[in-house]
Design a protein around this ligand. Structure first.
Ligand code: ZN
Ligand code: ZN
Length: 88
C-alpha cells in the first residue's frame, strides 16, 4: 500500500511541475514587460509572454484567454471561441 501511495505522489508532483510554467525575468515578446512566463514551441525554442498578454484573447481582445496555440507569429493566446475558429 505504501509503495502505491508513493507512486501516486510522484505522478502528482510531476503533473504539477508540468502544468506550472516557470516565471522568469525575460521581457515579454509582445510588450517587453517582465517578469514573464516561459512557453516552449514545438521546435524547442522558448517564448516569453507576460501575465497580461497571456490572459486576454489576442484575436477578439474581449474574452479571457484560456488556450494558446503555436502560429507563425509565435505563441498566440486565445479564448475558447477563437481557439475553435483558429484551429479548425
Ligand atoms: Zn506582455
Ligand atoms: Zn477571442
Amino acid at each position: 500500500m505504501l509503495k502505491k501511495n508513493l507512486a501516486l505522489l510522484i505522478v502528482f508532483l510531476l503533473a504539477v511541475s508540468l502544468l506550472t510554467a516557470c516565471t522568469v525575468d525575460e521581457p515579454c515578446m509582445y510588450c517587453d514587460q517582465s517578469p514573464s512566463k516561459e512557453y516552449k514551441k514545438k521546435d524547442g525554442s522558448a517564448v516569453y509572454v507576460c501575465e497580461d498578454c497571456s490572459s486576454t484573447c489576442m484575436l477578439c481582445g474581449r474574452e479571457k484567454a484560456t488556450k494558446h496555440y503555436e502560429s507563425l507569429l509565435g505563441i498566440v493566446f486565445v479564448c475558447d471561441d477563437c481557439y475553435k475558429m483558429a484551429t479548425r
